[in-house]
Every structure is written in structure tokens, then in C-alpha cells.
Design a protein around this ligand. Structure first.
Ligand SMILES: N[C@@H](CCC(=O)N[C@@H](CS)C(=O)NCC(=O)O)C(=O)O
Length: 219
């Protein structure tokens, strides 16, 4: 039996899970969340009323949250790439970095994008300023952190890099990673060159016109 991923190719958190699936060549089926088949979104909402995706269905078992889906895949569908290390201390480092990318890169990035699609009189300029400040602080920390590393948690490509790839991909489109963050820019380049993430990016190309801030002509 293959697990089913409720997913959309242009979604950053779906790309996080897709990167993990492609790293391991895991067999899975997709329930594509799009206007072509509204029943997929109805199923998602029935199982997960917070209506966030991706969601993995393994038989009758729903698994929510991109990080937890990757943890679940490692336990139930292990492959050659161990994305959460066996060593407890190294696993803590990986999970800490995973939280960093979700909370301090993806969350402020999404805030800026969601603000742009609100009605004009409902926009939150103060919140957007806070989100941009957070991104600058996070880029600064990450730039120092990546000075001596190829991958976010050191060592092998991990869950943390699955989180980093779409987070930095869209963050740069939303709040440019400036030249002064050369280590972050180089890391983003390595992530884009990683075949698993490159595949997810390629699959999402047709949807670039949907990016509310306008997708730049690069990457
Ligand atoms: N904490 C969730 C976040 C998932 C999330 O924000 N997904 C976005 C797509 S990238 C979503 O569901 N958006 C739908 C909406 O905002 O209505 C996770 O890690 O999976």
C-alpha cells in the first residue's frame, strides 16, 4: 500500500515533504489540491479542519505537519537517506534547525505574502515590517551559522535542509537575501542544485504566475 500525499506543487510545505520523498525514492500517490478536482480539498478539510497542507494518508491514518510527515516516513517508509540522524544529539540539532526554518523564515515569509492578498483596507503594515525585520535577523544568524557548513545541521543532508529549501526559495522572492548574506545565498544555491528539491521546483514552474508578489524571472 502506498501512502497518499494531499498536496499542491507550488506549496512550500508540500515541497518540503516532496524533497524528503524524492531523497529516498519513496513510492507514494498524490491527491492534487486544485480547482480541477475539488473533492481532494473537501477530503482534506473533513480530516483536518484547520485546512493546511500537506497531509499524508497512510491507510486510514492521517499525518499532519510537514516535519511530522517526514518523521513518519522515516519510521514507516525508510530509505537510503536518513533525514533524522540516529544519534540523539545530532537529531536535536536537525530538529532545532528545522524549527528555525519554519518559524523564522517560512512564517514571516508567508505573513508578507498573505498580507498582499488581503483587501487593501485590511492590510497590516506593522506586521509586515515585523516580518521583514525577522527575516533580516534570521538571514544574519543563518549567514554566520553557514560559514563552515555545507548543510544546515552539518554532516549529511537532513530534515533541516528539506525545511530550508522551500523556505529560502520563497523568502528570497519575498524579501531578497542581500549580497551581505553571501553564505545564505550560496546555501540557497546548493539547495536549488540538489536533485530532490530541483525536481520539486521544476514541478511547480507552471504555477509561478500564481505568486501574489509576482515571481522573479530566475531560479
Ligand atoms: N505548519 C504547517 C504549515 C502548512 C501550511 O502553511 N501550508 C500552506 C501551504 S504552503 C497552506 O495550507 N495554505 C492554505 C491556507 O493558508 O489556506 C506544516 O508544517 O505543514
Amino acid at each position: 500500500m502506498r501512502p497518499i500525499l494531499y498536496s499542491h506543487p507550488f506549496s512550500s510545505y508540500c515541497q518540503k515533504v516532496l524533497t524528503a520523498l524524492y531523497e529516498n525514492g519513496t513510492a507514494f500517490d498524490t491527491r492534487m489540491l486544485g480547482p480541477e478536482d475539488p473533492s481532494a480539498y473537501e477530503e482534506l478539510c473533513a480530516l483536518w479542519p484547520v485546512k493546511r497542507f500537506p497531509m499524508l494518508m497512510d491507510g486510514q491514518k492521517p499525518v499532519f505537519e510537514a516535519t511530522i510527515i517526514i518523521e513518519y516516513l522515516q519510521v514507516h517508509y525508510p530509505g537510503p537517506a536518513r533525514l533524522i540522524p540516529e544519534d540523539a544529539d545530532r537529531a536535536i540539532e536537525v530538529r532545532m534547525l528545522d524549527r528555525f526554518f519554519d518559524n523564522y523564515i517560512s512564517t514571516p515569509q508567508q505573513k508578507i505574502v498573505f498580507n498582499a492578498i488581503r483587501p487593501e483596507d485590511q492590510r497590516d503594515a506593522y506586521g509586515v515590517k515585523e516580518a521583514r525585520d525577522m527575516l533580516d535577523a534570521a538571514y544574519g544568524w543563518l549567514d554566520r551559522h553557514m560559514e563552515t557548513r555545507e548543510w544546515a545541521a552539518g554532516g549529511e543532508f537532513s530534515l533541516a535542509d528539506c525545511a530550508a529549501a522551500p523556505a529560502l526559495f520563497y523568502a528570497d522572492w519575498t524579501h531578497r537575501i542581500g549580497e551581505r548574506f553571501a553564505n545564505v545565498r550560496a546555501y540557497r544555491g546548493r539547495l536549488l542544485a540538489r536533485p530532490s528539491f530541483a525536481r520539486a521546483v521544476d514541478e511547480a514552474r507552471p504555477y509561478r504566475p500564481l505568486f501574489p508578489l509576482g515571481a522573479p524571472d530566475r531560479d
